[in-house]
Structure formats: C-alpha cells, structure tokens
Design a protein around this ligand. Structure first.
Ligand code: TXA
Ligand code: MG
Length: 317
C-alpha cells in the first residue's frame, strides 16, 4: 500500500515491520537498525545474501557517534560538507550495531538522507534505519513509490510516498585508509566534489573478485530485457535491425528509430538530470516487451562516471 502517513510508518517500524521509504537517491527498504527481527525481514524480502552489509540512516551528524567510532577528521569534513546528502561513509562500528547489519565486519556504512519525508520519519523514531535500495537483489533500483509497490506491495507494511527521488542514483560510498579516501561505489555525489576536500581519492578496483560492496557485484541494476551498452548506437541498430529495439540515450534521439522507443535522459546535456531519470527510463523500457535495450555510453566525467558504472553492471551477462 502506498501512503503519505508518516505516523503509520512509525507504527509499522516500532512493531519491527519493514517499509519502503523515500530518500533523495532511491527508495529504501527500511527497518529498525537495532532489531534483528526487522533486519532479517529486509534480507528475506529482498532475497539479498546476508554477506552484503546494509547502510544505517541517521537523522543528523550529531547521531554519528552513536553508530560509529574512531572517526577520522576527513570523515567529519565530508559529513559536514555533504550531509544531509548522497554520501555514505564506511567507519569503524560501535559494538552494539548488530552483525547482521555489517555482515560481521568491524565497519558500518552510514549516511543522513536528504529528503524531508525521510528526515521527518527519522526524527520521530528512537532508532536509526537500515535500508538497502528497495529492489529485489540485482534488479533496477526504485525511484518512485510505485516501483517499490510493484516489487514488494503485499510483502511490506507500506510504501511511504515522497514523490520521485531527486538524485535518482544511489549514494556515493567512501571509506578511509590512512590518508586515502577510498571510493567503494560511484554514485550521486560526483568524484570531483569529494576531490575538493582531499587530494588523495582512489576508486577501488571494480573487477576484484570478492565484492567489498554488493553495489560492486558485476551484474546488478539489471532489467529483465537483454541489455547492451555501446559507444556506437548506429552500428548496433544495424546489427540488431531485425529486433524490437529500445534506446537509452544521453541528449538526442536517433533518426532511424521510432521516437516512442527512445528515452533521451537530458536534451540539455545535464548529467545530473540524466542520472535522476536513469532508473525510471530503465523501468519503462523493461515494460515495453522489447527484444533488446541498447544504451549509449555517457561522458566520462562527473555523474557520467556513475551512470556508466550502473549501465556496465546492467549489461553484464
Ligand atoms: O543511496 C543509497 O545508498 C540507498 C538509499 C536507500 O540510502 N541505499 C543503497 O543501499 O543503495 P544498498 O544496500 O543497495 O547498497 C549499499 C551498499 C552495498 O554495496 C553494501 O555492500 C555497501 O553499501 N556497504 C554497506 N556496509 C558496508 C561496509 N561496512 N563496508 C563496505 N561496504 C558496505
Ligand atoms: Mg542496491
């Protein structure tokens, strides 16, 4: 059930039920971060393996030390600069954070979401919320309440409606190693923004075998329809000319295909706008009974890097 009733959401969460809730990035599947009953429900409903840890959502930076400790100065600088906002910090965890949240690691992922409904909800609760993106494991993340309802409608207490997510792509995740800021997952906060605060920012290798973050699993964010990513749309259109094709494009349509099969994410060439529309376009394309979705590679800077990261994972076999 989709609802705007925050008090009802509070009741559900206080009873250890889980709900869909809006953030500025994507919708989350939320439960009490301190209660294993609620956390287990999240893993079950999402069909997520328990070796994948969850992000803890707190209401403000003043709650940070309730969940994390040994916080380096650069972490505070980034939190002060970007919270509330789409930046998740990996920090040493406080002992009382359940092992199920952190997949038995001694670190915890934490952020303050920048969405008025999420913040109002968190302020009405006595506990933080753990919330993975509200999609079944490996599928496209939800950016509207109806996406969550379609995935999990009858399995969860409710979906708290906060409209369409502004950023539309998951938070950027960073950890700290000596003097380095290590980027675990590219996301809604551009690398260039983080580089303003540190000269030593490194993106961890995506291809390492053991995923340190499931956002780093190679196949992820995937539509059911066959999906390819290319630098040359023309070539692919010719190659697949006998197929029913849908296109995901940056700033302009292709003359050779009917427009209703084309999703242009930002005619004004704005990567932020493109990121905000990415998952909704994938949801829509996936419903069109196409043989194949062909996506064009985005520019390799700013949020273009984050968009390409998601498209590469969606295209993995
Ligand atoms: O924007 C977002 O981050 C959204 C909204 C709902 O906040 N949440 C989200 O959660 O994307 P999820 O579960 O889909 O992705 C969380 C990522 C995973 O890749 C997970 O492995 C990583 O965070 N993560 C969580 N705790 C970690 C830890 N202690 N060390 C390394 N990675 C961690
Ligand atoms: Mg996710």
């Amino acid at each position: 059930m989709i609802s705007k009733d925050i008090d009802r959401a509070v009741e559900e969460l206080n009873r250890n039920n889980i709900i869909g809730f809006p953030t500025e990035t994507v919708y989350g599947l939320a439960g009490n971060a301190y209660e294993t009953e609620a956390i287990n429900k999240i893993f079950e409903v999402k069909k997520r393996p328990t070796f994948n840890p969850l992000i803890v959502h707190i209401k403000s930076i003043s709650d940070l030390e309730k969940v994390a400790c040994d916080i380096p100065p650069i972490a505070y600088e980034l939190a002060n600069a970007f919270w509330p906002g789409p930046l998740t910090l990996i920090l040493k965890k406080q002992p009382h954070i359940p092992d199920l949240v952190t997949a038995n690691q001694d670190t915890v992922a934490v952020r303050v979401p920048n969405h008025p409904v999420a913040l109002e909800l968190l302020h009405k609760l006595e506990f933080p919320l753990v919330a993975p993106s509200a999609n079944p494991f490996k599928r496209i993340s939800p950016t509207q309440a109806v996406h969550v309802e379609d995935y999990f409608g009858n399995q969860i207490g409710l979906v708290l409606d906060g409209g369409t997510c502004n950023s539309g792509i998951e938070s950027t995740i960073v950890g700290f190693n000596n003097n380095k800021v290590e980027v675990y997952r590219l996301g809604a906060l551009a690398m260039e923004e983080i580089e303003k605060y540190s000269e030593n920012v490194v993106v961890l290798n995506k291809k390492r075998k053991q995923p340190i973050a499931p956002g780093m699993l190679l196949k992820h964010y995937a539509p059911k329809t066959d999906f390819i990513l290319t630098r040359n749309i023309q070539n692919e259109l010719e190659w697949f000319s006998d197929k029913k094709i849908g296109l995901l494009l940056f700033n302009k349509t292709e003359a050779s295909l009917e427009e209703k099969y084309q999703f242009v994410l930002s005619p004004e060439s704005d990567l932020k706008i493109a990121a905000s529309k990415l998952y909704d376009a994938l949801h829509q394309l996936d419903k069109m009974n196409l043989d194949i979705i062909i996506a064009e590679r985005f520019p390799e800077f700013g949020l273009g890097l984050s968009i390409n990261d998601r498209l590469e994972r969606a295209a993995k076999k």
